[in-house]
Design a protein around this ligand. Structure first.
Ligand code: EPZ
Length: 417
């Protein structure tokens, strides 16, 4: 297994370019099942999760060429309707093939994804929605078995805004008979990206990005060429890298408007953020002001930026309170941050961070994707050497982050453990 060695204390500078969005690309790949023929997806990041999704699509009969930047997916022979446990367990989002298989073939057998480090991650809302569209759903031996001769449009009201649930039902409803209305839908930009690809395929969708999405089912969809949106969480991670090192960097290929909640918090904390013709300049202050945050569904503060923001608050000028309202177990980075000398106490879903003068480098262990990024950020600011192990978590969602950070002047190398 690989690990990262970081020597902290350098101010980052220079320009970095953001890759395509993992959380947009994954559902977009699943949507190709809906239309036989050759799809060309571009701006695809080179990530482990993309490779896993490609393996799932190939196991269903798709022919896939490439695994990053441009990926060609021929969905003509997607005739196997079973996605097995060994693939789905490595990447939960692959459960999103269920709805497209059901819509195209009238049946599907997909392993229940199971939980992950940050929470139980149930899919009850996905299944409730598919049942509302007329699917017969049985859970046997850890698999979801679904049948529906023809999905029919329905009104679906989600118990909570769920990103995957909204994406799943938007895909299935695209080929249902009649109108589907998704109420209390999630509003994330990745949902809007998926919707614009589906619309290009011939789907009739209105309201993506709002809490009510209307889908008029059509009888068939066509394959498309589609460019994935930039990864807003990767972009946000680099913004915090500049802030925590009092650096001055430029970030290219990002859409600042996708990160309003983070931007306002960083600006209140004293970070200068200037958007000039699509390149965003981020200048960190000498001392960061402490800020309270509460994670919320979009457009609220993104849960995927909570760990990274906590790293920043460990060296802020006062105390900050961080509330994690989306996932039940997303503070695993706290115990690792304490090893840097951070001062954090956790009470339920809220962490109180008291800023310290300096962090000191230490050997730490990544526990999940965004926690890995948080530990790297702390290492960039810490005095001395930091070793981050188990970075296979990191490779799921960041494309060559150590190379990109080194390009900004960080002293960071990847070594074989
Ligand atoms: C997506 O996960 C993202 N993953 C996550 O990013 C992100 O943290 C999350 O949305 C929230 O923004 C991808 O897009 C691949 P949810 P998803 O359904 O769809 C509960 C990362 O680091 N819920 O919006 O699984 C659920 O338990 C990853 O890139 C149900 O109870 O998230 C959670 O508390 C981590 N029943 C809340 O809703 C359901 O049927 C939000 O989950 C579905 C969800």
């Amino acid at each position: 297994m690989d690990k990262l060695i970081i020597r902290g204390g350098r101010k980052l500078s220079g320009e970095v370019s953001v890759s395509g969005s993992k959380n947009a690309a994954l559902p977009i790949f699943c949507a190709t099942i809906l239309a036989p023929g050759l799809h060309e997806i571009s701006n695809v990041p080179f990530l482990r999760d993309i490779n896993t999704t490609i393996k799932v699509l190939e196991s269903l009969g798709a022919v896939v060429e490439g695994n990053g930047h441009v990926v060609r997916i021929d969905a003509t022979n997607v005739n196997n309707v079973e996605a097995t446990y060994d693939l789905v367990k490595t990447m939960r989002a692959s459960v999103l093939v269920l709805g497209p298989l059901l819509a195209r073939h009238g049946r599907a057998r997909v392993s229940l994804p199971g939980g992950c480090a940050i929470g139980a991650r149930p899919i009850d809302q996905h299944l409730k929605g598919l049942k509302a569209l007329g699917a017969e759903i049985n859970l046997t031996h850890g698999y979801v078995e679904a049948k529906a001769r023809q999905l029919k449009g329905a009104r679906i009201n989600f118990d909570m805004p769920t990103v995957g649930g909204t994406e799943h039902l938007m895909m299935a409803a695209s080929l249902a008979k009649g109108e589907t209305v998704l109420e209390n839908a999630a509003r994330e930009p990745e949902i809007v990206d998926l919707a614009s690809m589906l619309i290009q395929m011939g789907a009739r969708i209105e309201g993506a990005g709002t809490d009510t999405i209307r889908i008029q089912g059509v009888s068939e969809l066509s394959p498309v060429s589609y460019r994935v949106m930039p990864d807003r969480i990767e972009a946000g991670t680099f913004m915090i890298a500049a802030a925590i090192t009092a650096g001055d960097i430029r970030i290219a290929n990002m859409q600042l408007e996708h990160l309003d909640a983070l931007v306002f918090k960083l600006q209140d904390a004293g970070v200068d953020i200037i958007n000039k013709e699509g390149v965003v300049r981020v200048k960190g202050p000498k001392k960061i002001r402490s800020m309270n945050i509460k994670t919320r569904p979009y457009p609220g503060f993104p849960t995927d930026m909570q760990a990274q923001f906590m790293a920043l608050m460990t060296v802020a000028d006062g105390a900050s309170v961080i509330a994690e309202n989306i996932f039940e177990n997303r503070f695993m980075h706290v115990s690792e941050l304490l090893r840097f000398g951070a001062d954090i106490t956790v009470e339920g879903n809220s962490a109180t961070v008291k800023g310290v003068k300096k962090l000191s480098g230490a050997p730490v262990m990544a526990t999940d994707l965004r926690a890995s990024a948080c530990l790297i950020l702390a290492g960039l600011a810490a005095e001395g050497e930091t070793e981050v192990s188990r970075i296979y978590h990191l490779d799921r969602g960041y494309e060559s982050i150590e190379k990109k950070l080194a390009g900004l002047g960080a002293d960071i190398v990847r070594v074989k453990e």
